[in-house]
Design a protein around this ligand. Structure first.
Ligand code: ACM
Length: 533
C-alpha cells in the first residue's frame, strides 16, 4: 500500500502537483499573506522571461544572475508572454480605486508560470522572495513550490547600521553587507563614517581629515579598561569619493538608500586631530582616539566651525544624491570644553541660551537649517531632544524607546533602534566566556525577534510617525569582516522580520525552523554567523 502511494505521489509530482506544506516554505521575513498552490513549477533551460516594460529589464537581469549563480545557465527574454514555462515580471493591474503601494508585490507560482507583479521596488522584493524558493541543488529541472503570495512591508524604514570608524571595513565587505541586507528586504543602510577613532570619508576641501584623521598608531588591546594597553598595531583606512559613489550605486540597484552619518558636535576627536582650530581649546593636543568610551573633544560653535561643517556636508550631500536624509549624530556630547570656553559663555549670553544643552540645541538647529536649505532632512540620535528639538528633525531613538515616544508626541518622525533590542555589538550567548571579547550586555536572538518598533502608548496619529526600526553594529570589538558577520548573523534576520512582517504573522518557534534553511544558504555564501543556541 505504502509503495503504491509513493508511486502515485511520484506520478503526480511529475505532472506538476506539489506536496508542499507550509513547512517547506521558509521565507524570511514572513510574507503578509501566503497560500500554498496545488502545482509546482519546473524551471528548465527552456524557461523564458517576459518583462512588460523596459523598467523591469534590470529585474530580469537580476533574476538571470541568480539562476546563473545557482544553476549555471541563463534564461532567454521573450518579447511576448508565452503561456507555458515562463516567468512574467510586470506591473500590477490597476483597479482605479487604489494604486498598489510602490513596495508591494504579488507572486504566483503554478505549473505553467511564475508571475511577479509590482512596481519596480515591490517587484524587486518579489524577486527576493522567489530567490528563497529556488532550491539550492542543481538538476535538469528545478522544482519551485506552488504559492500565491501578497506581500508588503509593515514599516517604510527598515535599516541596518555599520560603524566603520572604530574599525575600518573594506569596500568589498560593505558591498557584501548591502547584498545580505537586500536579501532580507532592508531598504536603508546607515553608514557611520566618522567618530573619535577615525574619519573615513574623503573630503577634497579638507584633505587632512583623512591624511591625519583616518589613522591611529594603535588600539586598546582586549576588553576595555581605564588604563590604556596598546596592541602596537597601526590602524587606518578611508573611502575615496569614487568608492563611496560606487557603494551608493551598488546599494541603489538593490533598492537600498545609503544614509551617511557625520558626527557632530561630539565624537569629533579625529576631525579635531586634523583641524584643531575647530575645537574650543587652544594649545591642546587633539588626537585620533585609541580607546573606547566618550571623550571631551568637541566642535566649538564658532562661525569658522560652521563654515567647515557646511563645506563637509556639501561634499557629503553630493556623494549621496538619493538619500533624503543626512545623519548628524548628536549623541553622547560631553560639554566640559564648552563650559570652559569664553567664546561659548559669550555665545550663551548673546543668543540667550540658558545652559550647555541649549548650546547643543543651537548647534543642531543651525546644522538643520543648512541641511534643509540643501533639500535634505536631518536625522539625529535621541540626545538631540535635549535643550529643544530642531524643528524638522527625525529622531533615532537608541536609549530605549522613550526618546522616540517623546519625539512622536512632539510630531517628529522616529526610527527605533533601542539598545535593548537592536545593538548587535552586545553578546549573543548567555555565557560571556564562550563569546568573543566585547560589550558585557547580552542580546539573544529571541530578544531581537521580539522587537516591536511600534510603542503601544502612542495614539493612531502619533503612530504614523514611527517610520520603522534598525539594527546597529558598533565595531569597537570587531576588527575584521568575519568578526562583524559573527555579531550580525543571524540576528539581522530576526530584525528583518521585526521591521517587515505583521505582528500577528510572527512566531519565534516558526522563525527558528525557517532560520535553519537560511543558515544553510548563508554557509554557501561564506557568512561566518554565530550558530543559534
Ligand atoms: C550610540 O549608541 N551612542 C548612538
Amino acid at each position: 500500500m505504502k509503495r503504491f502511494l509513493v508511486a502515485i505521489a511520484v506520478m503526480l509530482s511529475l505532472a506538476g502537483f506539489s506536496f508542499g506544506q507550509a513547512g517547506d516554505i521558509n521565507i524570511i521575513p514572513k510574507p503578509r499573506f501566503l497560500e500554498l498552490g496545488p502545482r509546482s513549477f519546473g524551471l528548465t533551460r527552456q524557461t523564458k522571461i517576459h518583462v512588460s516594460s523596459s523598467a523591469y529589464r534590470p529585474h530580469a537581469e537580476f533574476l538571470n544572475d541568480l539562476v546563473y549563480k545557482y544553476y549555471g545557465y541563463r534564461l532567454q527574454l521573450t518579447s511576448r508572454f508565452q503561456k507555458r514555462n515562463s516567468i512574467l515580471l510586470a506591473e500590477p493591474p490597476s483597479n482605479h480605486q487604489e494604486t498598489p503601494a510602490a513596495d508591494a508585490y504579488r507572486l504566483v507560482v503554478d505549473s505553467d508560470s511564475i508571475k511577479i507583479l509590482g512596481q519596480p521596488e515591490g517587484l524587486f522584493y518579489g524577486l527576493r522572495t522567489l530567490a528563497q524558493l529556488l532550491p539550492m541543488v542543481k538538476g535538469s529541472e528545478i522544482r519551485i513550490p506552488g504559492v500565491s503570495i501578497s506581500d508588503s512591508p509593515r514599516f517604510p524604514y527598515r535599516g541596518m547600521h555599520l560603524d566603520v570608524a572604530r574599525h575600518f571595513q573594506p569596500v568589498e565587505f560593505v558591498k557584501k553587507y548591502i547584498d545580505l541586507m537586500a536579501q532580507y528586504k532592508f531598504n536603508y543602510f546607515h553608514w557611520h563614517l566618522t567618530d573619535d577613532q577615525g574619519w573615513r570619508i574623503e573630503i577634497k576641501k579638507y584633505p587632512r581629515l583623512t591624511e591625519v584623521g583616518s589613522k591611529r598608531p594603535e588600539t586598546h588591546l582586549g576588553a576595555y579598561t581605564t588604563t590604556f594597553r596598546g596592541d602596537g598595531i597601526p590602524h587606518g583606512g578611508f573611502y575615496t569619493q569614487e568608492q563611496i559613489k560606487e557603494v551608493v550605486r551598488y546599494a541603489k540597484k538593490r533598492y537600498i538608500t545609503v544614509i551617511p552619518e557625520i558626527e557632530l558636535p561630539g565624537h569629533a576627536s579625529a576631525a579635531l586631530a586634523a583641524y584643531p582650530q575647530f575645537g574650543c581649546k587652544k594649545d591642546y593636543q587633539y588626537k585620533v582616539q585609541q580607546t573606547w568610551g566618550t571623550f571631551k573633544e568637541i566642535f566649538c560653535p564658532t562661525d569658522e566651525t560652521f563654515k567647515f561643517l557646511e563645506d563637509v556636508l556639501t561634499e557629503t550631500i553630493a556623494l549621496f544624491p538619493d538619500s533624503p536624509y543626512i545623519h548628524i549624530g548628536g549623541d553622547e556630547v560631553l560639554k566640559d570644553h564648552w563650559k570652559e570656553s569664553v567664546f561659548v559663555q559669550d555665545l550663551k549670553k548673546r543668543e540667550n541660551l540658558k545652559d550647555e544643552h541649549e548650546v547643543q540645541s543651537y548647534f543642531i538647529r543651525r546644522i538643520e537649517r543648512f541641511l534643509n536649505s540643501k533639500g535634505k532632512k536631518m536625522i539625529g540620535w535621541d540626545e538631540i531632544l535635549d535643550g529643544g528639538l530642531a524643528p524638522n528633525a527625525t529622531v533615532m531613538s537608541w536609549r530605549g524607546m522613550k526618546g522616540g515616544i517623546a519625539a512622536a508626541r512632539a510630531k517628529h518622525y522616529v526610527i527605533m533602534s533601542p539598545t535593548d533590542f537592536s545593538y548587535f555589538d552586545y553578546r549573543q550567548g548567555s555565557d560571556a566566556a564562550k563569546e568573543p571579547v566585547g560589550q558585557s550586555a547580552f542580546l539573544p536572538l529571541e530578544k531581537v525577534y521580539s522587537f516591536d518598533p511600534m510603542p503601544k502608548e502612542l495614539s493612531a496619529d502619533e503612530a504614523k510617525l514611527i517610520l520603522g526600526g534598525q539594527g546597529n553594529v558598533w565595531t569597537e570589538y570587531m576588527k575584521t569582516p568575519e568578526a562583524v558577520e559573527y555579531m550580525v548573523f543571524p540576528r539581522m534576520l530576526a530584525m528583518a522580520e521585526a521591521v517587515w512582517s505583521l505582528p500577528e504573522n510572527r512566531d519565534y518557534t516558526d522563525f527558528r525552523r525557517r532560520l535553519d534553511h537560511h543558515l544553510a544558504r548563508l554557509d554557501k555564501v561564506g557568512v561566518k554567523y554565530r550558530k543559534p543556541d
